[in-house]
Structure formats: structure tokens, C-alpha cells
Design a binder for this molecule. Sequence first.
Ligand code: ADP
Ligand code: MG
Length: 700
Amino acid sequence: MSRSRSLLDRPVQYLRLAGPRRAELFEKLDVKSGRDLLYHVPRRYWDATNVDQIADLATGTDATIIGRVQSTAVFPTRRRLKIFRALVEDSSGGVECAWPGQPFMERVIKKGDLVLLSGSVRFFHGRQLQPREHVVLERADKPGVAPVGTPEGIVFPVYPATQGLSHREIRMVTRANLAGLLTEIDERDPVPPKWLKRLGLPSLGPAFRALHAPRSLEHAEKGRLRLAFDEFLCLQLVHARARRAQVENTRAISFTSEPELTERFLHSLPFTLTGAQTKVWREIREDLARSVPMNRLLQGDVGCGKTVVAALAMLRAAESGHQAAVLAPTAVLAEQHRATLEQLTEPLGDRDLRPVLLTGSVTGQHRKYAQNRMESGQAKLIVGTHALLEDTVRYRSLGLVVIDEQHRFGVRQRAKLRKRNPAPHALIMSATPIPRSLAMLVFGDLDASVIDERPPARQTVTTAVRGPDQRVDVLDFVQSELDAGGRAYIVYPLIEESEVLDVRAAKAGFEEMKKRFPGASPVLMHGALPSAEKDRAMRRFQSGESRLLVSTTVIEVGIDVPEATVMVIEDAERFGLAQLHQLRGRVGRGSDKSWCIALHAGRSPSERLGIFAATYDGFELAEQDLKLRGQGDLWGTAQHGGQLLRFARLSTDGRLLRAARRLARNAVAKDPTLSSPEMRPLLTELKTRYAEQEALFGVG
Ligand code: ADP
Ligand code: MG
């Protein structure tokens, strides 16, 4: 029967003090086995370490006491509410404790018990303690029952509970089974002891003891850190193995020809590269010269000049006789990339460098033409959406893919690239700066390049946050900028995950702005417009025929109109910090002073808008965002599983993450298959941990 199984695998029902009724309720908490019980960790802790003397209790404060129950009684009140009362005494004195509405406490706390109580001290015919927490330390009828707490402190775990199963019952069941579970789990610790020693982390048994029965809050935190480390380590091992697989099984084309096009391109630019651009370009060029595929993340703040660097990489492919493609998340952005790339390469005067566009909206003859040129190799630079990676799309020789990431991780796209032979080099461009820790976590298999310097003479953007009563002034200000020859954006938020509603706000805004600024010939732009119309609107704004662009967030990324000096964001509290920063990056791209004005609809600005106005550096903003929102949202759509991190906190555990990565990379370098006796337990751990993400991680 199940009893013979290990405690870890034993169904909850057969654990001590659990039973079938509780087991059913435990199942609602996803706790089905001993192992699950161990992993069902406290939500918070009740720290009862500092016990007050009863004689010192002051009304209006919170207090914790330990005392002996002298007498108990249940009293009715006028409103038919029943109150349980107990007189509790310690060596300093006595106090009445009351549990209004909880007559059943009579069965829990008995005369003669030693109890630990925490709650608020009220005044009611004298001092009265109303406990929120209670623990019976010793039963009058069973003297010597295991005392709780330790000489260092008394900390109680408070567990996530469910209707019918209180956190106290969970505490009781967990405690009753803890010792056995801990011995078993410690025997199976997959992490080599020498690593733990180096990092000062406990092994698995003690870590769980710290979480379930801590001596102090610091002790509990040690336990959390150990489990956070496991999460980091496992993800980094997956990344390290992916890196290794790329090197081992995949060949890429090495670009080694003389730098002819790239040199001409650099000379054709109206500026010289910044130091940071030069450094990053060198890193990329070196990668491209190798016969293993590049896998590089290119990060940089908005406007730091990532595009030029990506264009250089693409031209490097072209001058070596191969093709390069840009993968954009949407058709609008693909068109943007095409236009930018065309503009950048035009001075080179080579017809074959005209970028070819392939998106869902390119059809019929145009599509055929584009495909023919891609297949023959005449088209050197290609821009499109994810469709570019479909098997039906043929290339002569695809040497490089630039993936423009818009809050998406591109894991699938990268996996697809890896299947090609030879595999194209991959440059992943992150549209917004993301915190270092997050980058390491989700892009851990990539090498990273950061452009950490802005082009000189670029204007910083003055940011203002304004409320509804200042909207008139803001529009007057827009008018004055337009009068001075500037151009402006007015952006409306995505109100719901509905294109229709989204468009409605922008359309209404457009009608208003047409009346308000007739001289500026406003144009409207949103995702639902046919692409020909989008093109037309964009072109009119770019040429200056129109000087006011009313838009939804489709303009968030990539649009580059140096003459634009004002960005007005309506309903700004609906935007996330990253989005706001992206929008702000659309202005200040020329030589004129620029403004970003966030209009909030509510009475007072949110904390987020305050941070936005005070912070111009994108990386710093990203860190703030992480602190503000926690990490829940960072995973974007649920598809990549927010469950990957239960214990780790990216905003504070960065050091641990870096240590985990170092260890993982070294381990995989020494033992790529993780099959040595020392590493095999970790391999097993990876397989159980990511069983459900198999497709994503390819753990095998
Ligand atoms: P990002 O993509 O990083 O937001 P872009 O590549 O779009 O930034 O560059 C923003 C603007 O700065 C573009 O107009 C670009 O031509 C210009 N730019 C890029 N590099 C430099 C440089 N080194 N000096 C001056 N201007 C530059
Ligand atoms: Mg750009």
C-alpha cells in the first residue's frame, strides 16, 4: 500500500494528521503529495519573538504575550453575538483576552494551557487583548507537548489556506510530517555541496526547515534564497546547454570578405559612430566571422542608435555574398524597418540593396516578385514578419536574421533558426531596455551587447505630467510648437485588448484635433487601417505635409521623424513605464528641444507617472518598473510560464542569479551532457522541473 512509499511521494491522505477529508481540501491548493506539502511554503510569517510582559500592555498597541490560562468562559452579548474570553497570566500580571464571535475557541483554549497570543490591546472595562493569532504551547492535560520556537526566536509560518482548511491546520500537518520529509529531501539534494558551501547556502533539508520552522525571519530568508538559487541554476543550466548545442551541432556561414560595403556605408552616414556603437559593432563583426552562429542580444536605450548597428551587420552579410532578414513583430513595424533601411542604404546606390518587404499584406504579383528575388539571391536585404521563417519561404543563402523584439522573447523563432543548415547568425534587438537580471534570465543563452551611450548633440526630452484641468494649456502649447514649425504626436492608449475600442479613442481624438489644429493637417494612424493608408499617413507626416499625427500605440517603436518635438500622451496612466519611455523616445531625435507631456485623466498623477517624469534613463526606468510591479507582469503573456520563479525575486536576487549563471556555464563546459555522477541529479531535476515546458526548453 501507499504507506510503504517514500514520504515525499506519499499521497497527502496518508500523511500524519492529514486524512481523506483534509487531503481533499489540500488538493484545492495543489498539494497532493508529501513533496507538494513541503513546497507549499508560507505566504508570510508571524514573528512572536519579542514577547511583552502582561503588566506592560498599553491600550491602542499591538502585543504578543505568553501566559497560562487561568479561566475561560463564553458570554452572550446583547446582539446575540457570543464571545469567548480567557484570563491569561504571566509572572508580571494578568489580562482578559476576548474572541468576539468565536465561541468555538472554547474547544481550542482550555484552562491550564500555556498559550502564545498576538493581537491588539483595547480598552473594555479595563485592558483587553483581542488576539489575531494564537498557539497553544502546552496542554494542561498533556504536559510537555513539543514546545514551539527556539532560543533565538519564535516565528510562525502562515500558509496560503483555503475554505475549510485553515493556515493553522496546514501548519499542524506540515509540522507533524516535517522531520521525515526533510530527511528524505536532503538525501536527494541535486546541487553539489561544494557549490552551496561557496555561496553560503543551506542544503535542501535545512532550507525547507528554515522556511517551515524558522528560528527568525532572517533564517526563513536563508531558506528562500536557497530555493531561489535552484530556480536560477536550473534555468541557467538550460540556457548553458542551449548555447552549447548551438556551438556543437550547428554551423553558420562565416563572413570574412573585405569590408567594402560596410566601409562605404560608414562613410555615407552623416555622423560618426559613438564609442559604444563602435565597440558593439566590433563584437558583432567578430561573431559574424566565426563559423558558429552568432546569438547576440543588442540592448540600448531608445535613440542610442541600435538600428545603424543592425544595418551594418546586414550589410556585412550582403558584402559576403549572403542575405540578411529583419523579423518584425507586426506588419506596421516591418514597413517601418523597410523604410528606415531603404533610407540608410540609398546613398550606396546599389539596386540589389533595396530592402524587399514580405508581410501578409504583400500579395499577388508583388509577392511573387519579392519571392523570386529572395530565392535567386538578388534581394540581399529582406524585411518581414514571422512568416519569413516559414518553410515555404526560400532563400538563396540566408546568413543573418535580425529579430526585432517587442516585449517578446523570440524563443520559438530562435529555435526555428537553429533548425536551418547552415544556421543564420541571429541578432536580437530588444526594443526597450530591460533590467539586467531579467535579461540574464530570459536571454541567458545569448551573448549581450549594450550600447550605453547616446549620440552627441541629441536633445534630452523635458517630461511633464499634467491633469485634466491643464489639457487646454497643453493643447495651446502644442499650437505654439506647430506655429514654430515643429511636428507633434498625440497618442491614445490601448484601452482593452480590443483593436476596435482602441481605435475608437484615437478616432474621437482625431476629430477633435482636426478642429483644433486645422493648419497642421492632422493625420490618423492605427493598426486597423489598411497598410496603404498607414503608409500614406506616415509619409505625409514624415514629409511635413501633415504636422500632427494622431495615433494609437502602433507608433511606439521604431518611428523616426527628427522634426517631431512634442509627444502628448492621453490617458497616460493606462500605459506601462516601458511604453511611456518608448513613446518619449519618438521625440528629441533631431536638433530641436523636445517635450513629452503625459496627460492623466484622473485627479492626481499615479506614482508611475511621477517616476516616469523623474527618470530619463531607460535602464534605470526598467529597474524601477521591476520594483514597482514585481515580476508577475514581466513575463508578458502567460505563454512562457510565470511559474518559473516562485521563490526568486529579480529585483533583489541579482547577485545570486549571476553566481548561478557562472556555475551553470562552467558545469556545462566541463560536462555538456550533465552525465557525470556529480551532475546527473541536476539533469534529473531539470527534467522534472520543466516537464511541461519541454517544447520551450528542449530539455532532454
Ligand atoms: P534606436 O533604434 O536605438 O532607438 P536609432 O538607431 O533609431 O535608435 O537612432 C536614433 C537616431 O539617431 C536616428 O535618427 C539615427 O540616424 C541617429 N543616430 C544613430 N547613431 C548616431 C550617431 N552616432 N551620431 C548621431 N546620430 C546618430
Ligand atoms: Mg530604432
